[in-house]
Design a protein around this ligand. Structure first.
Ligand code: NAD
Length: 486
């Protein structure tokens, strides 16, 4: 085992099915790597179709026969509040595991438990406060909506902020009375193993929460194709989303998809430049740049372009790259050598497509591990691959523009449409631009801070449907209309 591993790790990572920790039926396992050394630090059960069958059968039983879908909302809400309190109390341990397994800086991994806990509190409160439509035709008819959980929800999640993203799906799926099978990302299975203990301690009945580890093409694929799983909520790459879409089609499954992004940050000449610089540096280099809503294309108005590029590059050079466990670190190690190769590939492509003004490869002093220096390319043309394709690392493309029309055309000139960030002191321009930009979420003169009640999701190749707030409740429930003649 690698010497960096936190104390108290299990001897291996197992599935959690029907209230029990179990290995794969056939004993299959896969290696999990420490991103700072790429040494194997643990092995995890590699779920196959037989394991998914077991987990789905348990979840189906718990749905058909167990108390969970039949509880009063208040009862489920109480249990989910306990889940939230336990999650929050584990913040330090979660941060330690998450940072170690994913390579995220420890300071950015802290606080993720609080946000995950808030997701549970939000949905625990919402199901109690929720009211549905009722309409009357006086003396003739009354009509009301009977909202029902759907069944077994398949939840498939990525490796960036794994625990927090799992909470986004677990919170609403469980609050509405469904039972679940979670398939976490194979690069980072460690923190997901905390859920089993948390749900058990909080009093969630056996079979309601099931977890199957494994590769996407095996465990994930089997979950998507399972006939007894009517819902799939997926977060990951757009390409994977397309495959899942096709595989779910024969069963006409409900799909919620949070996919990739190549989000623009548009900085007009009248912007508060210091605030825009701070936010755009944070926007692409926090979470190692492995952030779906990263502002990875910065469009800057010509009048301030040279100054912006110079000051941005200087800040990027000062971003502290270091071991994920060091509190001084601002960019840690990328999650996995495969992903590191992909990001480094784009850095090399970028050298032929733009003007390199910061970074450009492996930082000095880090001979091993998946470290990439914060990298900035200026003068990037819209046809460039580093302008069009999601890199998902600490790499940013800066492009000049002259007019509002040109800024909008550049902002919309990719297949993605997840987020957009607009920096200007002109109120009218900011709202008009926000309403025209092709993005599911827009931040005006703001860092990426989100109220949990708002919908989260993308347009175009960035997704289908929304997570968060009432939209999640709609995805995880059937809304049956009942009509009564009086
Ligand atoms: P990925 O698509 O490679 O994998 C995501 C999950 O899907 C993993 O659990 C994986 O095992 C599984 N999977 C892979 N192939 C599958 C298949 N054929 N059938 C079923 N499941 C399969 O994505 P990733 O590399 O883990 O995550 C990074 C991507 O996620 C980026 O594109 C990022 O933008 C996106 N992301 C989006 C959001 C959002 O909310 N929009 C949030 C975080 C990450």
């Amino acid at each position: 085992m690698t010497q960096n591993a936190p104390a108290g790790l299990p001897d291996r990572i197992r599935h959690f099915i029907d209230g029990e920790s179990v290995d794969s039926v056939g004993g299959e396992e896969f290696d999990v790597l420490d991103p700072t050394s790429n040494e194997v630090y643990i092995r995890a059960a590699a779920g196959q179709a037989a394991d998914i069958d077991r987990a789905v059968a348990a979840a189906r039983r718990a749905f058909a026969e167990g108390p969970w879908p039949r509880m009063l909302p208040r009862e489920r809400s109480r249990i989910l509040h306990r889940v939230a309190d336990i999650v929050e109390s584990r913040d330090a341990r979660l941060a330690e595991l998450e940072s170690f397994d994913s390579g995220l800086p420890i300071t950015q991994a802290r606080g993720q438990a609080r946000r995950a806990a808030e997701n549970f509190r939000f949905f625990a409160d919402l199901i109690v406060a929720q009211h549905d439509d009722a309409f009357q035709v006086p003396g003739r008819q009354m009509n009301y909506v009977n909202r029902k959980p759907i069944g077994v929800a398949g939840l498939i999640t990525p490796w960036n902020t794994p625990f927090m993203l799992e909470s986004w799906k677990l919170g609403p799926a469980l609050a509405t009375g469904n039972t679940v099978v979670l398939k976490p990302a194979e690069f980072t299975p460690l923190s997901a193993s905390l859920w089993a203990e948390i749900f058990r301690e909080a009093g969630v009945p056996d079979g309601v929460f099931n977890l199957v580890n494994g590769r996407g093409e095996e465990a994930g694929d089997a979950l998507v194709k399972h006939p007894d799983v009517p819902l799939i909520s997926f977060t990951g790459e757009s390409r994977t989303g397309q495959i899942i879409f096709a595989n779910a089609a024969p069963h006409l499954k409900g799909l919620s998809m949070e996919l990739g992004g190549k989000s623009p940050a548009i900085v007009f000449a009248d912007a508060d430049l210091d605030a825009a610089l701070d936010a755009t540096v944070f926007g692409v280099f926090s979470l190692n740049g492995e952030r779906c809503t990263a502002g990875s294309r910065i469009l800057v108005q010509r009048g301030i372009y040279d100054e912006f590029v110079e000051r941005y590059a200087e800040r990027a050079r000062n971003v502290v790259v270091g071991p994920p466990s060091d509190p001084a670190t601002e960019v840690g190690a990328l999650v996995h050598p495969e992903h590191y190769e992909k990001v480094m590939g784009y850095v090399e492509i970028g050298k032929g497509e733009g003007r390199l003004v910061a970074g450009g490869g492996r930082p000095e002093g880090f001979p091993t591990g998946n470290y990439v220096a914060p990298t900035v390319f200026a003068d990037v043309a819209p046809g460039a691959r580093i302008f069009q394709e999601e890199i998902f690392g600490p790499v940013v493309a800066i492009t000049p523009f002259d007019t509002d029309e040109e800024a909008l055309a550049l902002a919309n000139d990719t297949k993605y449409g997840l987020a957009a960030y607009i920096w200007t002191s002109d109120l009218k321009r900011s709202h008009n631009f926000a309403q025209q930009v092709e993005a599911g979420m827009v931040w005006l003169n703001s860092n990426n801070v989100r109220d949990l009640r708002t919908p989260f999701g993308g347009v175009k190749a960035s997704g289908l449907g929304h997570e968060g707030g009432y939209r999640s409740i709609d995805f995880y429930t059937d809304q049956q209309a009942v009509h009564v003649t009086l």
